[in-house]
Each structure stands twice: as structure tokens, then as C-alpha cells.
Write a protein that binds this ligand. Structure first.
Ligand SMILES: O=C(O)CCC(=O)C(=O)O
Ligand SMILES: [Fe+2]
Length: 219
């Protein structure tokens, strides 16, 4: 039944907007090519090690600022010490277009200047636990772009990891923006649905997610 009914734009919580099918198929393919290039290094796509000894099931590479739990740096000190790749101007432009799409012109899109991105790759068994994006000093929104297999994206509240939450299916090409009162909301990815990607993304399987952030950091 998937694909028979158009999915519609939805405000999931104040400041949290889901826009299905925002990225064109061409744009998705371009992003896949770019992600593949970024994953070549100098910092490899890797399972992030957590301070408690665990390892994330998602594999990640960063742009602009390298995120390691729980700080940003210009070098990947928890991987190989290499400098993080620059944040491309065209990706910041795409981020501004995303914020304009979510909040309308005048909703802060002109001033949006993302300077960090996490590029996450999920195989069929990868998940991401409930967390908040908290290392950024800026209150500017997070822009999330999804390509490949559909996932369940769990969007919670700002108080804690538990309910209430809303489960949203993020499919290939979907945009999700969370800012304003939802900027520090807990969120996670409890499951990915293998084999649900549309043909033509250029991926052979799995899910890619890019989150663009404004760190508010200097230097
Ligand atoms: O994969 C997603 O949709 C969310 C990723 C995320 O929350 C993060 O990278 O902080
Ligand atoms: Fe996050």
C-alpha cells in the first residue's frame, strides 16, 4: 500500500515540521554521491564510541565541525586526529531553503548559517536512541534530510526521553526541521525498514540522514 496515498506535510510539535518528498530524486542522487565522497576521508565513516564504553550502531562522518560525544572539535580526536572536512556553501544554501520551506520566508531562513553536519548511515539493524542535539550553543533549527530506506523517527518532548512522543515515518527525500520550542526535544530512530527505498537513489541499501546544525562556536 505504501506509495498509493500522498503523504502530507505535518507540524509534529511547535517548531517541528515534516515535509515529505522535499528533495527531488536528482538532489537525492547528488547527496548520495557527495556523502560517498565525504566518507572517503580524511575521517572515515565510523561507529562513534560512547564515553560509557558503548558504540553507536549508526556510522557517521561530519562536516564543518566533528562531533564526538559530547563536544565539537575541528579534528576527529576520537578517530584518527584528522581535520574535519569543510562545510560546503551549497549545503548551507540547501539548509536555508529547508528552513524557508518549513517556516516560510521571514521565519529566520535568511539568517540560518549551518556550520556543522552529521552524515549518518544506517544499515538495516542500526538504530539511534533517544537523545537531544545539545552541544550547539545556537538555538537555530536542525535540518534533517533522509535518503534511502524509510525509518521510524520518534519525536519526543523537551523534558525527558519518555512519552509523550510522535512516531513519524521518514522516507527517501523527506525533510524534517526542528527549531523554536522543539529545538531541544528528545528524538531517536527506533527502526529502519530494509528494502523500502525507492529505486534510483544510487544506494544499494540502508538509510542516509544528514542533520545540519548551527553550532554557535567560533574558530
Ligand atoms: O537519523 C535521523 O533521522 C536522526 C539523526 C539524529 O538525530 C542525529 O544525528 O542527531
Ligand atoms: Fe539528533
Amino acid at each position: 500500500m505504501d506509495g498509493l496515498f500522498p503523504r502530507s506535510r505535518a507540524v509534529i510539535a511547535p517548531g517541528a515540521v515534516h515535509v515529505p518528498d522535499w528533495l527531488s530524486p536528482e538532489r537525492q542522487r547528488e547527496l548520495v554521491v557527495a556523502c560517498r565522497e565525504w566518507a572517503r576521508g580524511p575521517v572515515p565513516l565510523r561507529h562513534t564510541a560512547l564515553p560509557g564504553g558503548g558504540v553507536m550502531s549508526v556510522r557517521t562522518v561530519c562536516l564543518g565541525w566533528h562531533w564526538q560525544p559530547y563536544r565539537y572539535a575541528r579534528t576527529a580526536d576520537d578517530v584518527n586526529g584528522a581535520p574535519v572536512l569543510p562545510f560546503p556553501g551549497w549545503l548551507a544554501e540547501l539548509g536555508r531553503a529547508a528552513v524557508a520551506e518549513a517556516y516560510g520566508r521571514g521565519g529566520g531562513s535568511e539568517a540560518y548559517a549551518p556550520d556543522a553536519a552529521l552524515v549518518n548511515f544506517y544499515d538495516g539493524t542500526a538504530r539511534m536512541g533517544m537523545h537531544r542535539d545539545a552541544e550547539e550553543r545556537s538555538e537555530a533549527p536542525v535540518v534533517s534530510l533522509s535518503i534511502g530506506d524509510t525509518c521510524v523517527f520518534r519525536f519526543g518532548n523537551t523534558e525527558g526521553r519518555g512519552r509523550p512522543w510522535t512516531d513519524v515515518e521518514l522516507a527517501s527525500g523527506d525533510l524534517f526541521v526542528f527549531g523554536g520550542p522543539s529545538r531541544r526535544a528528545f528524538h531517536g530512530v527506533p527502526s529502519v525498514r530494509p528494502g523500502t527505498a525507492p529505486p534510483g537513489t544510487g544506494m544499494s541499501g540502508g538509510r542516509l540522514n544528514l542533520t545540519l546544525r548551527e553550532t554557535g562556536l567560533d574558530g
